[in-house]
Ligand binder design. Structure first.
Ligand code: UDP
Ligand code: MG
Length: 326
């Protein structure tokens, strides 16, 4: 029998002193059950990443670590933001584990889905996405903004799993591939689907935060959306080019109109030529900007130096064991 996989649960925490003790006991219960069911190894752990909190978050993590073999912690020197804190945890955890699950500290994502995540892992899936089935407990505003976010990203050409946040399981090898993405503006949710591998979705209901308040106010959410779009797509640049061609086309119509108006003698001297040049130059300028943008977009892609492919398996050629008669 192959040995049991070591699971690490990575939890980014920013000012989460109110939720940590409860979160820890709920996650330990899950780990304990999985260990009893012989699904994961005894060395499995919860890894809290303190993202430069200003409250007692780190002290609590230290105290939990003293008391509990299951708890380990990582402290970032300053607040690096949710995505970076998550990445710090994933990149550290991958050296100690066979698979990693990321979850928010507030346990809005149902911890019971973890059993199914592990089940899928045993079935051979490398990536398991947790997908929110209902958001009935979210406020209308949160639901609306969050769902618009997924739609906007989609129209902008960013490939996301709908209603999936950062609650997911990743195997060790997919994390190693994730490490090959060297870009500074790392939008994890958009990158993971790019990795490929066998993946699946697990559905769960999203709960309310059981304590504390959201660390994602509207301002951070908008910044997050813009970050996602601008690090993934050149669609906004394409829009400029399209606008350029449209205005250019309009300038031809305007030109025809101006000439007719002039022939019919409905114009004052100089009107036709001014109107024509305004439309024509506007169109030409936008096209030129879009064109420059296309090249900037290309340079942007080059600078990110993303891996061009990811190799999943390599069959080694076996030694030939047939005996040839000499
Ligand atoms: N978080 C973080 N750094 C930040 C902001 C948030 O590590 O700068 C963590 C936070 O502690 C939580 C997770 O990111 O574990 C998601 O935040 P939150 O629950 O406030 O977001 P929401 O669920 O409201 O979108
Ligand atoms: Mg939350």
């Amino acid at each position: 029998m192959t040995s049991l996989p070591i699971l690490y649960i990575v939890v980014p925490c920013y000012n989460e002193e109110e939720v940590l003790p409860e979160t820890t006991s709920r996650l330990i219960e899950v780990l304990q059950n999985l260990i009893n069911q012989k699904k994961i190894a005894l060395q499995s752990k919860i890894m809290f990443v303190d993202d430069g909190s200003k409250d007692r978050t780190w002290e609590i993590i230290q105290a939990l670590n003293d008391k509990q073999d299951f708890v380990t912690g990582l402290k970032l020197a300053r607040n690096a933001g949710h995505q970076n804190a998550l990445l710090a945890g994933l990149m550290t955890a991958k050296s100690f584990s066979d698979c990693v699950i990321s979850i928010d500290a507030d346990l809005q994502d149902d911890v019971n889905a973890i059993y199914e995540f592990i089940q899928k892992y045993h079935e051979g899936y490398d990536i398991v996405y947790g997908v929110r089935q209902s958001r009935t407990t979210d406020t209308f505003f949160k639901r609306f903004t969050a769902e618009s976010f997924y739609r906007l990203m989609k129209t902008m050409g960013v490939n996301l799993v709908f209603n999936h946040a950062d609650y997911r399981l990743m195997s060790k090898r997919t994390l190693e591939n994730l490490a090959d993405f060297q870009e500074v503006n790392l939008f994890i949710r958009g990158i993971v689907p790019l990795l490929g591998y066998k993946s699946t979705e697990v559905y769960y209901d999203r709960n309310e935060r059981f304590a504390g308040e959201s660390k994602y106010p509207l301002k951070k959410m908008l910044a997050f959306a813009f970050d996602g779009i601008s690090s993934f797509s050149v669609t906004p640049i394409r829009l400029v080019t399209t606008a350029g061609f449209m205005i250019f086309g309009l300038s031809i119509l305007a030109g025809i109109y101006a000439i007719i108006a002039k022939i019919l003698g409905m114009t004052v001297t100089g009107w036709a030529s001014i109107i024509l040049s305004v439309w024509f130059l506007g169109g030409v300028q936008l096209i030129a900007l879009g064109l420059i943008g296309e090249y900037v977009g290309k340079i942007y892609k080059e600078v990110k130096a993303r891996p061009k492919f990811i190799i999943e398996k390599h069959l080694e050629s076996k030694e030939i064991t047939l005996n040839f008669q000499s």
